[in-house]
Write a protein that binds this ligand. Structure first.
Ligand SMILES: [Mg+2]
Length: 259
């Protein structure tokens, strides 16, 4: 019998999970300075370098109205689609106030504005707004997905291997979302290059509607891969080698080992 370990020594992980349907995945960039001018300049540099053309604007620490206005102005100045991720920071009242400002702007996705358990609240926001609601913290398991589908609480789901507890569990969540007509997005738990490669392998087998945020290796000062993941033309290439498709640089691994 062919064991999983043997299989991963012969074929890419994407083949194990049904085969890739894309050779490269779109990757967004997070704008996190909190300053309009700095965020716009950073976005323009990423567009010029052909690295990113979708952006996630970090908000949630200030007044919701001020945050929403800054996001609208930033999205308008950049001229690219943008999303915002609240990481559960807003109340329902905050969210409705902010949505009145965000509706009709270049901000098209609102990620996890409310606490994870407030699915009725998310569903209510989804009905009131032209923005798509993305579930992240609300969508950690297949039972979470049953609840999200029942409540019609989101039209996007953020998929992460570490959040789900492994590649198979993440893909089970993805299949449920797909069957319910919920769009798929390749999220990140700020994984290493190795974790990012695993997420890329899984995401390459899925019809992503929202692309990915698998940018973390671009933030690293150094990498422990022999060949870094290739970011170009607004995408990251899906590595085609066996297993995760990446090779660990053993010398670098020893260099960064914690004694
Ligand atoms: Mg999130």
């Amino acid at each position: 019998m062919l064991k999983l370990h043997d299989f991963c020594n012969r074929a890419p992980m994407s083949t194990l999970f049904g085969g890739r349907i894309a050779d490269a995945l779109p990757v967004l960039w997070v704008l996190a300075t909190g300053e309009f001018d700095a965020d716009v300049a950073e976005a323009q540099a990423k567009i010029d370098a052909r690295l990113h053309r979708r952006f996630k604007i970090k908000v949630g620490r200030g007044d919701p109205g001020d945050d929403a206005r800054r996001a609208v102005e930033t999205a308008s100045a950049i001229g690219c689609p943008c999303s915002i991720d609240l990481n559960e920071a807003w109340s329902f009242a905050d969210s409705t106030r902010a949505l009145a400002i965000l509706d009709g702007s270049g901000v098209d996705i609102l990620e996890q504005p409310l606490p994870r358990a407030d699915l009725p609240g998310l569903a209510d926001l989804a009905r009131r707004s032209s923005l798509a609601i993305m579930a992240d913290e609300s969508a950690c398991s297949t039972s979470d997905m049953i609840a999200i589908i029942r409540e019609r609480a989101a039209s996007y789901v953020s998929l992460k291997i570490s959040k789900a507890g492994g590649p198979s569990r993440m893909l089970a969540i993805a299949r449920m979302a797909q069957a319910a007509g919920i769009n798929l997005f390749g999220g990140t738990a700020l994984d290493s290059s190795i974790g990012t490669a695993a997420n890329i392998q899984c995401c390459s087998t899925l019809p992503l509607a929202g692309g990915t945020e698998l940018f973390m290796p671009l933030l690293l000062a150094d990498d422990i891969l022999e060949e870094p993941l290739a970011y170009r033309d607004f995408c990251v290439d899906v590595p085609s080698g066996v297993g995760l498709g990446v090779t660990i640089d053993e010398a670098k691994l020893r260099h960064y080992e914690r004694k």
